[in-house]
Design a binder for this molecule. Sequence first.
Ligand code: HEC
Ligand code: CU
Length: 485
Amino acid sequence: MKKYSYVGALIMLIIISSCGNTANENKAKVKMDPARMAIQGEMEAELTAPPKVPASVGDRSAKKLVVNMEVIEEEGEMTDGVKYVYWTFGGSVPGSFIRTRVGDEIEFHIKNHPDNKLPHNIDLHAVTGPGGGATSSFVAPGHEKVFNFKVINEGLFVYHCATAPVGMHIANGMYGLILVEPEGGLPPVDKEYYVMQGDFYTKGEYGEPGVQPFDMKKAVEEDADYVVFNGKVGSMTGDNAITANVGETVRLYVGNGGPNLVSSFHVIGEIFDKVYIEGGSVINKNVQTTLVPAGGAAIVEFKVDVPGTFILVDHSIFRAFNKGALGMLKVEGNENRTIYSGTIQEGIYLPEGTSNQEMPSSEKEEAVNTNISMSERIELGKQIYSRTCFACHQAEGQGIPNAFPPLAKSDYLNKDVNKAIDAVLNGLSGEIEVNGVKYNSVMTKQNLSNDEVANVLNYVYNQWGNSKKEVTPAMVKARRSSEGH
Ligand code: HEC
Ligand SMILES: [Cu+2]
């Protein structure tokens, strides 16, 4: 018995492998027309909210894939204290990620929740057919529509609502991505994430609290208040950062819902090893910044070689630092000093002819400036402030909401002089609270002498209703040595 089944299995194996060979040879000669690809079986599509993506299709055969998409209108948070009524596909902005393969036949169920106020529909850029499905999917609150389509082009595609006024439906968050993988799936990678940019137009300016209604005039003028990844400011910063380990390859499915702005997508400190340009089949290599059009997408891949926080931005850079288009990828693992050394030396740069007073070396500073009066310190500090701190903390120390904390009447500053000294000496990052508002950003280390740190802080402490604490160079020196610098 045993022998028989062994021989049987062997014969089967030979038959299967020879069949496989001929099939592969045929495929190599004539590419199977996806429009005529037969389907085998049926399954329900896994849908995910950003930054997650569903499991890859792998080598599964083309199937009937049932997509159950529910439209939900709901209030969410644009940023701390700012509410916005989002219109969503599946309860998230961007909407649920749909993952398919060529040859799949999609049975698309669009359900408009009975509590919603408006009709909606869906235009999927992966559809070959009028309106990308829009005409067949128009659905009133409390109703469901079903339509079918076969995915015949591989790539990463945007979907969006196309109900009038179309711009308004998109501006409220009605967009997402559908990935059509090739036969056999995309090459496997270690980490995959879903990132989609969108621009938002609100009655109030950036950061103005309360429920902010959509502003049609600003939208028409393309004057965005918020430009964000994944629907809100901070969707991918701090604890929400996406993660990877040193040595892993990261693939980002990057979309841009618009409605208006084109994204100059960039990851600070990384180079894209591969970019599937515009989400299609052409692969570009070694790219710094890739353009993602409104209503378009790109797939980017890169191996992470060193640990650290890598910042995702729209490199139209005011959008990143002033309108929210900033995310973080946190990479953990061992340093690689050959690829990136970190600061290995730090010194004073003194070209010939520069005066010692402006840039004293650490030995000279105390000798030079021990005897100056407080008002002189404040005057010198003012110059340092306008040279160094002004760009971020602003002229009146008011800061910039959600980006740079205020120094004017700052409880953080006024409470603890040592912490203020440390911030200027060493830089500051991670979450802090200033006057009840949380900041989670990065202040770079300021390369100032003990004297300069004292002067600038004396200036700050004596402005804008602050506590007039006195800071001496000796106090700064003590902090510097306590930190081991
Ligand atoms: C590149 C922008 C930038 C510059 C330049 C800068 N800061 Fe900051 N500063 C920040 C950010 C961002 C934070 C908040 C860091 C965080 O979230 O952890 C901060 C925080 C602070 C804080 C603590 C929080 C508060 O509001 O009291 C103090 C004090 C401070 N900075 C003082 C200064 C002084 C003085 C200078 C000039 C010598 C300066 N900073 C230059 C960006 C900057
Ligand atoms: Cu809609």
